[in-house]
Ligand binder design. Sequence first.
Ligand code: M6R
Length: 580
Amino acid sequence: MCGIFGIISSDNNAPTSTYKGLLDIEYRGYDSWGVAFLKDNQFKIEKEIGFLPKDKTFESAEVAVGHTRWATHGGVTELNAHPHTDCDKKIVLVHNGIIENYLSLKKELIGHKLISETDTEIAVHLIEDEYRLTGDLKKAVSNVFKKVDGLNAFVVSNGSQIVAVKKGSPVVAGSAANGSIVASDPNAILPHTNKLLFLEDNDLIEIDKSGIKLFDAHTLLEKDVKYTDVDWKYQGADLADFPHFMLKEIYEQPKVLLALAENASAVTEIAEDIKKAYGTYFVGCGTASYACLTGVYLFSKIAHRHVNFSIGSEFTYIQDYIKKGSLVAAVSQSGETIDVVEPFQIAKRKEATLVAMTNVIGSTLYRMADKKLMLNAGPEKAVAGTKSFTSMVANMILLAYATAGDLKAGVEVLEKSAKEIEKVLEKADEIKALADKLHTSKNIYILGRGLSYPLALEAALKIKEISYIHAEGFAGGELKHGVIALIEKNTPVIVFVPNDETKHAILASAQEVKARGAFVIGIGEEETEVFDYFFRVADTGASSILPMVVFPQLLSYYLTVKLGLNPDKPRNLAKSVVVK
Ligand code: M6R
């Protein structure tokens, strides 16, 4: 989703640093970009629709702000792209979020020239008025911030200062040898410094040549600046020898699993909390929601314990039974997903214990949580989650085994599945050949039962979100309740057939679709005659879902490449969904 970067640089290189900063956060997803810097007492703005060009050069300047926009209010046009300016181009502003009351605020503007369809532009003109009255940029920003409804982050500059303020949307700052920086994502600051200042809601920072000052955004009382020393490595556009981040990240999965197995004791304390909790609720969105649903099956099967699951955006409607003593675990790669942050806020108000299962140290969920369980998957840049899903499920497996008092068994199944994933990866060419055959399909259906049901949902999401081929996952048992009407001659149907209690029933489902002409693709340990195509994945017990998910990950990747699309940057999608 929108990315923000701003710098006051001591080497007069602010526009180029800003452009590089935007490249570091472009994986979040965007449809236009812009960079503003001061030239002859006015801001010069370079904006374009589409992706940032490689190797662009800029003039030198001390101060610059930039933005990657993911359109919400107003179409994808150059005029709507950020930064936006006041009437005299003396103030620029970039924004992440939605100004919910922008129409009523617009009425306060008299005699201003607005040129875009965005809610954002209103804010910079309101700041222009306040700045004229106060002559103090932080006061002007604070006054406007107080009027604005919604979850928003603003970064504003008058050419000598940068002021940033936030509620909801993430903002991080850093003080480095080459200047002071503010951004929406730590990855853009890491090339400059590892000492990061994570802004809390209603924090405001003022940056000038002397450094960074922190204030309460409402009272403007100064606060202590406390930097967090992070030991993360900067992840630039390092693809190693891979053509895309998605493929690289798929291949990193065995390593991720082995590292989690080695550090399995990290789950022990949370497993104890789950045992004591009044009820446990796993909350996530998209791919993370399927990992949460996997948790329901795993806890039942391994720990004989009921845990609940909710899609983040639905939590509000089923939260009434949460109380003190409940445990709410937010599962999120980015740690920033607004539809998970809101359930966490509700759970906090109700005094539940908050656990963050996230990949990003210092993220919003991480900072809100009482306890953290790191996914330790390493940075994930492709929009489609792959290794993060694997890590979420692996953590669920370890938690379930630890709750059952047999963590060692959890470690063993993870180690087994890491080995089996290596074998699946060795056969990637077979999956590529299948993608060549299926890439003209209009629909692909995926069936699973038990643990393979959330797997079927995840497989369908992977296929549709990057290849744009319509794909749906179903529980095998649902076929006769309506789904079977969709099956026509040669409709591809992927069927997950692990060696578990679901095997006979799911093979019966495979027979039913085959009888209606489906092209049946079987994934499992044993080939049977019902399959028109078979891909062998050895059973690894409760972790079989892990090697099996690599099949749809690679299939969706190769379908997408065959269709001439970029799997790392699917249309309309953002890596981190921070607005509602
Ligand atoms: O960062 P999160 O794990 O909270 O993100 C949740 C979803 O937005 C994410 O899983 C999304 O569905 C991905 N595009 C899936 O590949």
